[in-house]
Design a protein around this ligand. Structure first.
Ligand SMILES: [Zn+2]
Length: 366
């Protein structure tokens, strides 16, 4: 039972041509529904309404034998989009002309799922399969956060959404916290009465210059990425706004760095009599799946059968995998050969498209 490469490619190209920015995934969801028809029940949840989008997460269940297995991928893409025209070059790589993204992130996975569904009836004793196809991944994992994981019957899952060759997987990813800080000082005329002012911008600058930022250690990074302040050179600035982030594979180190940055912000404000309002927002939690976990041993077995590479790597960012793990479902993130994602150079080799589809088919076997 092998995949139909021609059919898979056609599906992938059709998916790429459909614009699906975050919160506007409707046409992709409808495409998936039309391909599945009334063969299977498809549940679309209410996430669209909850996040101000036009589409909910899709949940598709395929009955089977033995332990169920879950796969997940997202329907939305980053921009630029608009008349996306995927081109298959002579080197076997699919790109665009360069005006838009390709959308291979994450439509490679969606095409692989649809191909697996075409074949599944012919796979003897295949496992029950659950597909969770999320929305709004690219704007803060909103679909996964709003998905009701109590629907999931599987003990483990595979998120197909990372720039590694099919076979490899990300089994650890950092957690992240987002910072917003607002300094409030006092405005005054900078030439006539500067002593009446409290310079919020100076407090913010002092706070930043006292912070450890960049690569804090081998598993922790920190950044201040936005600073906004001031209206005119002759006004002592009353307000200053900062935004930043921390990522760490270790939640203890993340908290230590958070306390360090909070202390620097408070001290800098206090030093000149300004006030500071500090807001930390949890973006996503870290996860680390041990090598002996069932999701990994099963992947290794499938990779060996198909002759695919097998390497476990730590990820540097957040994905729906962080959310599902945080919600208690063991998930690793599978490579699917998408390259230069989030850019107009985005590309996918046909070989990798075929390999990820084969891997999905292999994983549903008993
Ligand atoms: Zn993605």
């Amino acid at each position: 039972m092998d995949i139909n490469e021609e059919h898979l490619l056609k599906t992938f190209l059709e998916l790429c041509r459909i614009d699906s920015l975050s919160k506007d995934e409707r046409a992709v969801a409808d495409y998936i529904k039309s391909k599945i028809g009334d063969k299977l029940e498809i549940i679309e949840d209410a996430t669209g309404n909850q996040i101000g989008g036009n589409t909910g997460n899709l949940y598709i269940y395929v009955p089977g034998t033995g332990d169920p297995i879950m796969f997940s991928a997202h329907m939305d893409t980053v921009g630029p989009v608009g008349n996306i025209e995927p081109i298959l070059d002579d080197d076997g790589v699919i790109r665009t002309a360069g005006d838009t993204v390709l959308g291979g992130d994450d439509k490679v996975a969606l095409a692989a799922f649809l191909e697996m569904l075409e074949l599944i009836d012919g796979i003897p004793d295949h496992r029950p399969v659950e597909l969770v196809i999320t929305v709004a991944e690219e704007i803060g994992l909103l679909g996964a956060y709003n998905f009701d994981v109590s629907l999931i019957k599987s003990d483990l899952g595979y998120i197909i959404d990372t720039s590694q060759p099919p076979g490899n997987a990300v089994n650890a990813a950092p957690g992240s916290e987002i910072l917003k800080a607002d300094f409030v000082g006092k405005a005054a005329h900078a030439g006539i009465a500067p002593e009446k002012g409290i310079n919020a911008l100076q407090a913010a600058a002092r706070a930043i210059s006292g912070m450890k930022l960049g690569r804090i250690d081998e598993e922790t990074t920190a950044n201040i990425g936005i600073m906004e302040s001031g209206n005119a050179t002759n006004i002592v600035p009353e307000k200053a706004h900062l935004e930043g982030e921390i990522r760490s594979h270790d939640s203890g180190k993340l908290i230590t760095q958070k306390e360090h940055m909070t202390t620097r912000l408070r001290d800098a404000a206090e030093k000149i009599g300004a006030k500071v309002k500090i807001e930390w927002k949890h973006a996503y939690a870290a996860f680390k799946i041990p090598e002996e976990a069932a999701s990994i041993t099963r992947l290794k077995k499938a990779d060996d059968t198909l002759g695919l590479p097998f390497e476990l790597l730590p990820g540097g960012g957040g994905s729906d995998g962080n959310v599902f793990n945080e919600k208690g479902l063991e998930c690793i993130v599978l490579g699917c050969g998408m390259n230069d994602v989030h850019s107009t150079d985005e590309n996918v080799a046909v070989k990798d498209l075929n390999d990820i589809a084969r891997l999905v088919v292999e994983l549903v076997k008993p």
